[in-house]
Design a binder for this molecule. Sequence first.
Ligand code: CP
Length: 324
Amino acid sequence: MPPFSQFDEAGRIRHLITLDGLSCEQVRELLDRAQSYLAPRGSAPIRSHALEGLTIGNIFNEPSTRTRSSFELAGRRLGADVLNLEIQLSSRVKGETVMDTIHTLESMAVDVFVIRDAEPGITQFVAEHVYDHVSVLSAGEAHISHPTQGLLDALTILQYKGGFRDLNIAVVGDVKHSRVARSAYQVFTALGVGELRIVAPTALMPDQDSMPDAKRFNSLEDGIRHCDVVMMLRVQKERMAQAAIPDAHEYHTQWGLTTKRLSLARPDAIVMHPGPMNREVEISSDVADGAQSVIRDQVTNGVAVRMAVLDAVISNRRLRGDRR
Ligand code: CP
């Protein structure tokens, strides 16, 4: 069997498991497509019939608000049927295997699976075993990958800064456990960002061979100084004990982004956070809700990016001529 590729024989995106390997042009194409799905502020959402007659299966085996809701809205706004499988209420809890679950839904004519799972490798495994006409999109895989989050982050930066080459971007906090940070690294690298910094306490810094081209900082103040973009990450409280980092209050004292600390970045710096936020832990409310915050734009862009990715994989399927 040939090694797995998320691209088809013509190099088009068939599945989206990771942003690793996407060219600058492919990323730009997805961002342009997403931009076309953004309605002017205050207008009704854009709708199309691009996915009419098709079915999207959302299979989330971890909690989610933003990703799941936006994939559902994206599918519906493109005219698709959307099926949400509650794993805890599914026959998986009776011992059904992942692939039996997937094949069952394939038999109900699901065309695209959107999968979030805490187990590394599940999304690729499913992609390797579905019918040729079916696509698999990662909605977040363990600590490894969250490709549509990376794309929506890039789109948000593009809207505010117009490009990447001259930018200094700081990714701050629990980088070690963050799939958001890994996908951000991949997309910012593909887009040729000027300088990418990862800023974290020692216990939350990833291994040296992870994100090798990023500059590393052990001090929040040094890490965000003169930055154009400050991307804060959720402290994964569930991992605090094993990571031997301080409690929430102590973390905020040393690593929380406050208005005073933000003043070290450029005056026109934007503040990002993928959500969900731990207010007064990694970010104070006055920053999260302040004039430099673009967190709500990230959420809006999430729907457009997911519409773009769904549209792209189905357009590519039509170009290949794959049939059910
Ligand atoms: N950013 C993100 O993935 O949020 P959810 O966990 O709410 O989907």
